[in-house]
Design a protein around this ligand. Sequence first.
Ligand code: NAP
Length: 235
Amino acid sequence: MSDSPVALVTGGGSGIGAAVARQLLGAGYRVAVTGRSEERLRGFAAELGEPEGLLAIAGDTAEYAQVCGAVEATVAAFGRLDTVVANAGFASPGARSLVDGDTDGWAEMVLTNVLGPALLIRASVDALKATRGRIVLVGSVAGFVHSPGNLYGATKWAVTGLAESTRLAVAEFGIGVTLIAPGRVETPFWDGLGGVPEGRLLTADQIADSVVWAVRQPDGVDVNTVIVRPLGQLI
Ligand SMILES: NC(=O)c1ccc[n+]([C@@H]2O[C@H](COP(=O)([O-])OP(=O)(O)OC[C@H]3O[C@@H](n4cnc5c(N)ncnc54)[C@H](OP(=O)(O)O)[C@@H]3O)[C@@H](O)[C@H]2O)c1
């Protein structure tokens, strides 16, 4: 157990992040999960039966001191860090329209979705150099296609760019970088957006499958970009 790999998943108390955490625990990883709501994290840990290899750390991924604290707490508890998954993110309801959307939540969304992954990379890169580890960014199909006036989409275009820019910067340290870009997934993401859209959706586990597959590649294999849509999602 003490030599098993260690992952830190932001936004790991629900949806895709929780599915990734659960699957990594199942694969023998020790896993730290973060999120702003302590209650949500406690609920997730209780649902899993408080496993020994799970560490829940409340914190905001857009606050550098809190991100550094989460990385430090993970390394202090588990002794190493092999994988970080920058998953925390959301769409504020008004961010769907630059023309007439309510701007409440825009700043928080941009900071969470764009600054958050950058801060996580900055805070964890030294620990990842030590393990020749992996960075996973959860972007979106919305970071590959254009839709009219969508600020959320613009944050995910930024994540697409950040992934490649990070890959170019950290390959020399033996660190791999994977961008996972999901199409529509059934998670609490949709709760504040009027509910899940019509048509087929992926499950969180179906996206987690790709994350786990990417991070468990053999040494020397670096999966860079994975786009996964539910069949029938055209854009
Ligand atoms: N669901 C989809 O259809 C879909 C499609 C493409 C991409 N994505 C992306 O997938 C990622 C995960 O979303 P999800 O679908 O799994 O939705 P979710 O269940 O709402 O998960 C988002 C998680 O992020 C956490 N979070 C939000 N803001 C945070 C912050 N500032 N600091 C720390 N944690 C924060 C939330 O917990 P707290 O609120 O407690 O902080 C929550 O646990 C997001 O980046 C989202 O943009 C989702």
